[in-house]
Write a protein that binds this ligand. Sequence first.
Ligand code: COI
Length: 367
Amino acid sequence: MISTEETIKIVPIKKSRLDDVDFENLPFGRVFSDHMFEMDYIDGQWTNMTVHPYKNLSLSPASSVLHYGQAIFEGMKAYKNSDDEIFLFRARDNANRMNSSARRLCMPEIPKELFLEALLSLVKIDSKWVPDIAGFSLYIRPFMIATDSYIGVKASETYKFLIFTCPVGAYYAEPLKVKIEQFYSRAAEGGIGRTKAAGNYAASLFPAMMAKKQGYHQLIWTDAKEHKYIEESGTMNVMFVVDNILYTPTTSGTILPGITRDSVLTIAKDWGMEVQESSIHVEELVTALKEGRVQEAFGTGTAATIARISTIGYNDKDYELPPFSENDFSIRVAERLEDIKRGKANDRFGWICKIDPDSNISINCLN
Ligand code: COI
């Protein structure tokens, strides 16, 4: 284990911006907490670990990230309950996924203990920024960029790893109207679809903009080869309840192995629900929509947690899903997740770790 005092230098802000924040009217991702974490990868090792006030970066215009896109990130959240206790949800899984993205993009891995120590130092110093209101949380954005000042195409030898945080509310304000995409694709076999690489999001912007022009909030992505199989929805994994069975596409090479996705599947199985992770054929889904057998459709992701889908468009026709009821699986699982994340429900899967702002060790985060 890496000791925080030994390795991470703390430079606290002179005057907090906390009093300027309206916590009940938080736009997603636009309000940033006082501090950020930063470290550099130089000569084959991570160094200069510092928590310092949130500020702009200074980069060479030739930095390889700006030209060839070696950039990866994670999304995670810290939660506070009414007893002022702060929890992180499945942080170790984010550390593992970050390293899996790093390997695919020829970027250096981050020792898990270091990733977690960095995270803990930052959340502790900004613990007052973690909202304690239901539905609100502190969104945490760890990311890594390539910093070689060189415009030849090759993997960079230097990198920066940074983490900043923002108090957030809901990502989507309303149930989603989505369209099954039949031309563009988010990711292809052999590509980087299963990583959290910035480029995947860049590739999604134009098709999503076209869908918006047609009156949809987002897309349901299909496979790049034939557009026959369902992959993801917007920036989320996608799930359907059909004939009381929970269906979601297998996380092949083109689909992000979502941590919320895994949590929802785990809870569904624990509740005795039948779960099918398999290829979902677009035509079969559309047939089920026509026959009124699709009971629920929703996206899962860290930012949105569970985002209900109200309408699915395909071949110029919109299929409306049934009205929501409090007994719906997606509503019950969203509530259970919220309760686990705030330490209110039994954490039987060992997903949360409590952060003690006054102690250097939050031991269960490192186990
Ligand atoms: C997340 O759910 O954390 C995401 O990565 C989605 C996002 C791009 C806001």
